[in-house]
Design a protein around this ligand. Structure first.
Ligand code: SF4
Ligand code: SF4
Length: 424
């Protein structure tokens, strides 16, 4: 095994990309400077609403088979063995034994030492081998060690290298260090594709996530991924808080795993990256995917493939067969043709709070229909509504036209007054 030297085509291509983005100076700072700020309050509100939202039937045109073929089936455990990797490969090639109409998954993801085992087990099945590298998951090692690991994994036959960025350097503002490392890793990949895992949970702000996405693609990444692992606090039984629901070494623990509780944020990460990067880069959506509907929602937010990790750690790989059946039934019922049609469906749908359109008029209560429930006066941001003798009234001068009261009124008593009538 030889450590690759870093020069030549990948670096040149990355330099050309940077200059193409800003022909005036060609500086990395100017590339990152074009990243627009993210409305964090709007993000949180929209994540919450996304969880409750039902998708209109017309927007649900997607396909089961491609959805299955987008999965990266992963095992990244200290107790992994060649036998376990071979068993995972068998599951990936035949997700639903006995039903040959179900396609194989996209890839099996393993540590570098198991790439050759996975490659041999998968043969000519078409299932790719992805390998984490660059001192995954922390990324804390010497650059020459990381490059040697990437080179070794690629030489062993990996079709894709999954690297993690140096979050410490990124957060310190050393964007050039991160950029150079991605360029170097891309060079070391040879023919293998490079996915850059941003570890968005450690990037602290949505603006940083945008910057890191841009930087990774400009440095030559073939795909970016938001989350690998994020330290999270699992649900606690408040009546017996010392007894862990999630038992690791018999203790409540902040585990190095993702899990369902971070899924809304992971979906938002993918959504934000897809909006910023456009349709071309491949995005692997990971973070708390624990059911077939979770996977579908992640793809609607912009993911090409789905990473499933914590679910396998907690419950093994038996879920796949159940998901296949559920997806197949869902697809047949909805009449979906292919999964690629489903990707990005939520992009034009979801708006941040800042993007919402305020009505030009004001809200008006049809007093005869008002039940006096009081729901509309409890809206936190609204000073326009008052209750008089158990009937709601809106002061047109104070109404901002947000339409929240119209959405929540259980008796549909409120409507927006617009146009000439609103001028009186
Ligand atoms: S929410 Fe509707 S029904 Fe309830 S008080 Fe307001 S206007 Fe009346
Ligand atoms: S439209 Fe918005 S601002 Fe106007 S009354 Fe309803 S909740 Fe208040």
């Amino acid at each position: 095994m030889t450590t690759p030297t870093v020069h030549g085509s990948a670096r040149d291509r990355a330099g050309e990309l940077v200059r193409a983005l800003d022909p005036r100076s060609g500086s990395l700072g100017s590339v990152l400077g074009r990243v627009t700020p993210v409305d964090a309050v709007g993000v949180q509100e929209r994540v919450a609403s996304l969880q409750k939202r039902s998708i209109k039937k017309a927007s649900k045109v997607w396909a089961l088979n491609l959805a299955i073929s987008m999965i990266d089936l992963t095992t990244l455990e200290g107790k992994d063995t060649p036998g376990k990797v071979r068993a995972l490969c068998a599951k990936g090639m035949h997700p639903l034994p006995g039903d040959p109409s179900i396609p194989h998954v996209a890839a099996i993801c393993v540590y570098p030492t198991f790439v050759a085992d996975a490659k041999a087990a998968l043969g000519g099945s078409g299932v790719k081998v992805a390998s984490v590298a660059t001192a995954f998951p922390s990324g804390q090692s010497f650059r020459e060690v990381k490059l040697a690991e990437v080179h070794a994994a690629a030489e062993a036959g990996a079709d894709e290298i999954d690297m993690v960025i140096d979050r410490g350097a990124f957060l310190a503002g050393q964007y050039g260090v991160v950029f150079d490392e991605i360029v170097a890793v891309k060079e070391a990949c040879g023919q293998a594709h490079l996915k850059v895992i941003l570890e968005t949970g450690e990037l602290e702000t949505y603006d940083n996530i945008r910057r890191a996405s841009d930087l990774a693609i400009d440095a030559g990444a073939d795909a970016v991924s938001g989350v690998a692992n994020r330290l999270g606090i699992a649900p606690i039984d408040i009546w017996n808080y010392r007894k862990p629901i999630y038992n690791l070494q018999g203790q409540n623990t902040m585990g190095c795993m993702s899990g369902p509780w971070i899924r809304p944020l992971a979906m938002r990460d993918v959504f934000e990256m897809r909006k910023l990067l456009g349709p071309e880069p491949h995005i692997n959506g990971t973070g708390g995917i624990a059911s077939m509907p979770d996977a579908v929602q992640m793809m609607m937010c912009g993911a090409d493939t789905i990473g499933v990790c914590t679910e396998t750690m907690l419950r093994g790989f038996g879920f796949l067969e159940k998901w296949m059946k559920a997806l197949k039934a869902y697809m047949q019922k909805m009449g979906f043709q292919k999964a690629r049609d489903m990707r990005d469906l939520l992009l034009p749908e979801l708006k941040s709070a800042a993007e919402l359109t305020l009505w030009a008029g004001y809200a008006k209560v049809e007093t005869a229909k008002c039940s006096g429930c009081g729901a509309c006066v409890e809206i936190g941001h609204c000073d326009a509504i008052v209750m008089i003798d158990d009937v709601a009234y809106v002061d047109p001068a104070l109404c901002k036209g947000c339409s929240t009261c119209i959405d929540i009124c259980p008796t549909q008593s409120i409507a927006m007054v617009e146009g000439a009538e609103a001028q009186r």
